[in-house]
Design a protein around this ligand. Sequence first.
Ligand SMILES: [Zn+2]
Length: 491
Amino acid sequence: MKEIRFYNTLVRQKVPFVPLAPPKVTMYVCGITAYDESHLGHARAAVVFDVLYRFLRFVGYEVVYVRNYTDIDDKIIRRAQEEGVTTQELAERYIRSYDEDMKALKVLRPTYEPRATEHIPQIIALIERLIQKGYAYVAEGDVYFSVEKFPEYGKLSGRSLEEMKAGARVSVSDKKRHPLDFALWKAEKPGEPSWESPWGRGRPGWHIECSAMAMHYLGETIDLHGGGLDLIFPHHENEIAQSEAATGKPFVRYWLHNGMVTVGREKMSKSLGNFVTVKQMLARHHPEALRLFLLSMHYRSPLDYSEKVVSDHEKALEGFYETLYLLKRLKPETEAPAPQHEKPLAEASKTLAHLETRFCEALADDLNTAKAIGELFGAEKVLNQVLKLCGRRPSAKHLEVARQGVELVQKLGGKLLGILEEDPEVFIEKRRNRALEEKGLAREKIEALIREREEARKAKDYARADAIRDELGKMGILLRDTPWGTFWKVL
Ligand SMILES: [Zn+2]
């Protein structure tokens, strides 16, 4: 396979990926702040970096992957106070809920899922190091990072301190020496959770937890750091400043940022109220349809959400499973294919044989999932041609090509993208049951009508057979006659 290349936000171009100590790869992704249900925007980041994790493992790297939970923060405190529960209870509830969402979405568990409140000693040690080196200062129980002491501040977002000062909404505080200085430690406020520290009781700021936990689990220089585009400034800029000021070493070799999920081109967010939760989406759609939608655009592009687009992806997925289902039911009638089939079958086999290379090259090119998905659907087209070639007399050769294709798309789709992983028969049956239930139709009645139609056809009573087909059509049941029986689905 060709070399792997990623777009590194730090250098603003696609560059070859060379880990620090192969075959080991260290990877950190900013997780959720646990104060509410997760929405599609969170799901996109999780699924995109899940595919990155899967891909790196697939090509042979030993990946240590950390994704954190922010379990102490202003929003968590406010929400807990409103509800009259502890911050711990609130965070626990939403961490559990997120875990359920991730499991349903088939997102693999990272190697470590640390929580900020379980790493207070590491956080305090890092802040102490920054104070000792003169990068941070104490002000009335707070500790701030002094951005002016770190000349490279702004290198990730590509802006100067002056530009950032003009552009950012900075809170005015006379405790800070510079408006962009950010809190590493916040002094205790009445009624808020707090921990002992050399500067009095208090709690960590948001940015420092990621630096402390990334370095604790992965070392002082890590290979990959991911997160949403909206985290570049100030969160990731601050992570770099704190970490590199403390260690004097590069913190991250490759910064990867995913684009936002938008609704009518506007960012999906809690504050705008234009979000759909992962749970709402899972109630409406198959998890693989959601993954297919979330991976349908290149990860750096915005992804515009509408129910129509998700449904279209769901239909495409169903169509794919239908093809796999029909192919898996093929039974050979003869050994050799008809002579005129030999060439097209050989071509189909050749195209399928190249699928894995093309698919992996797409992912190696800055994780181009859109292209990789295109390759899978290209293979589906080839498989449908094989199905057509089979006609009424599939040969052992037809079957061999079919099996080769089915195995390959299920392997690549399943292992790397987390789609097409189910047994086609189970998938089709589940979809049928769900659709029947939604329409209030009885399966026995439909199957009885299909049997009756088959008998009518056998008896050459085509008028009766057509009448039954029409009757089923009116109920929303679509029939597809194949040499090995009638396939039906609910529209
Ligand atoms: Zn972070």
